[in-house]
Each structure stands twice: as structure tokens, then as C-alpha cells.
Ligand binder design. Structure first.
Ligand code: PEP
Length: 256
């Protein structure tokens, strides 16, 4: 199955409403080959609705950075999948390392969120990745296996059009340190194998993104790496030129 590469920008807690709307408006007007790459903006909750409106009629996607697994209830500060859907949001980042490590999200909770996102007919961008300590102890493959088995536990099957995986080594996120091509190829290959064992051949069509200090200098090399189907980008997604340059690199060099 042919995979269309994806470039998703995770803005984290950056950009006011007006900054966000103006930013996506500028990118919408740039000449990008939107047929060849799917671009997704993941702004903070404050601007989701307005950004969906600003991108109306375009092929750009909009994602949230988190969602609660319950549909409603006494969960101060949280937002449900149905609420996101009612705003026109199509994707939800689940299990980002900052959610895991700063906010204490467990694999079990992430699994509940994945089910909630799929039940709500949105598409999860499911993040996995090892810490530096895991890597130094040669535990990377075991950690990925554990995160995938638990995170996707209870799913009978997988629909490649409704699932995105992002491999993001924790030590590479926001640090300026990028995993080497060999490290990325090995991790992505292992993710594919694990998905194949769990869900069979259908899983070959699930896009696997790399995330961790991707920028306009390393995007071209990284996208040529085996089994890399695009990027989840933090810092470089906040700058118009950097983000567009990475999109162009993916358009040019993705081997599929
Ligand atoms: C991220 O937030 O998912 C990320 C990969 O950040 P950065 O690109 O800044 O490392």
C-alpha cells in the first residue's frame, strides 16, 4: 500500500490565537505540493477552532495535542474527543513524551485515549520512544515493543488510514540532537515488525513518522531513511521558512 508522507507540526504551548491564525494563513499561501505530502498543524487548544476555520477548503489537517479518554465529566482542564471533533479537528497527538514524562501519562492511560480517539473517528498520532537511559542500556527495542503492545492493546485490527505512529526518541526531542539514520532505520524497522506481528500485512500501510530535532538542515537526509514516512516536528514547525523547507524536502526526497 502506497503511503502519502506526513509532516505534522506540534506547536506545544506556543503562539497566541492571532499569531497562530496568521501563521497558517501565510503557509496556506505558499506554493507547496500538497498532493504529495499531508501537512498537519497541531496548535494549542486556544486556537484550534479558528485554525480549522482559517484552513477551511484546503488540504491541510488540524490536530490537537492531547485529549481525555472520557467523553465528558468532572475533569477540570481536560477536553474530550467529541469536543475536538465538534470543532473540526481530525487528528490527536497521543502519548507525546512530554505528556508521559511531565504529566505522568502511563501506557494504560494512553491505551484508553487511543481507543477514545478511534471510537470518536479521529486519527491518533501515537508517540513512542525510548529515553537516553533506555538506549544506553540497550533497551530501545524492548521499550518500543512494550509501548506499542500496551498502547494499541485491545484493538482487533488496524486501519492504516486511521493510525499514525511517531517514533520520537526522548533524548532527541527539543535538544538539537538528532538520531542517526541507522538508529532511525533500525527503530522504524522494529516498529513495522511489531505492528506486523500484532496486526498482519495491513499494518504495512501505517505511516511511521520520525520526531526529534528535525530541521531544514537534516530533513532531507532523514526522509531518505528506510521506513520513514514523514516527521512530527516541534521547534522547527514554529518558523514559517523552516517548516516550509522541511515540507519541500519531504516532497522531493520521500522514497515511499
Ligand atoms: C516534538 O515536540 O514532538 C518534537 C519532536 O520536538 P522538536 O522537533 O523540537 O525536537
Amino acid at each position: 500500500m502506497k503511503i502519502k508522507p506526513i509532516v505534522a507540526g506540534n506547536w506545544k504551548m506556543h503562539k497566541s490565537l492571532s499569531e497562530g491564525v496568521s501563521f497558517v494563513g501565510k503557509i496556506r499561501n505558499r506554493i507547496l505540493d500538497k498532493e504529495k505530502v499531508k501537512v498537519i498543524f497541531c496548535p494549542p487548544f486556544n486556537s484550534l477552532f479558528s485554525i480549522v476555520e482559517a484552513l477551511d477548503g484546503s488540504s491541510f489537517g488540524v490536530g490537537a495535542q492531547n485529549a481525555h479518554h472520557e467523553q465528558q465529566g468532572a475533569f477540570t482542564g481536560e477536553i474530550s474527543v467529541d469536543m475536538l471533533k465538534s470543532m473540526g479537528v481530525q487528528y490527536v497527538i497521543i502519548g507525546h513524551s512530554e505528556r508521559r514524562h511531565i504529566f505522568g501519562e502511563t501506557d494504560e492511560w494512553i491505551n484508553q485515549k487511543i481507543h477514545a480517539v478511534l471510537n470518536g473517528e479521529l486519527i491518533p498520532i501515537f508517540c513512542i520512544g525510548e529515553t537516553l537511559e533506555d538506549r544506553q542500556m540497550n533497551q530501545t527495542t524492548e521499550v518500543l515493543l512494550h509501548q506499542i503492545k500496551l498502547g494499541l492493546g485491545g484493538l482487533d485490527s488496524i486501519d492504516p488510514k486511521k493510525m499514525i505512529i511517531a517514533y520520537e526518541p526522548v533524548w532527541a526531542i527539543g535538544t538539537g540532537e538528532t538520531a542517526t539514520n541507522d538508529q532511525v532505520a533500525e527503530a522504524h524497522g522494529n516498529v513495522k515488525t511489531i505492528l506486523g506481528e500484532m496486526f498482519g500485512d495491513i499494518s504495512k500501510g501505517v505511516p511511521i513518522l520520525y520526531g526529534g530535532s528535525v530541521n531544514e538542515k537534516n530533513g532531507a537526509e532523514l526522509i531518505k531513511t528506510d521506513d520513514v514516512d514523514g516527521f512530527l516536528i516541534g521547534g522547527a514547525s514554529l518558523k514559517e521558512d523552516s517548516f516550509c523547507s522541511i515540507i519541500e524536502q519531504v516532497t522531493t526526497y520521500y522514497r515511499g
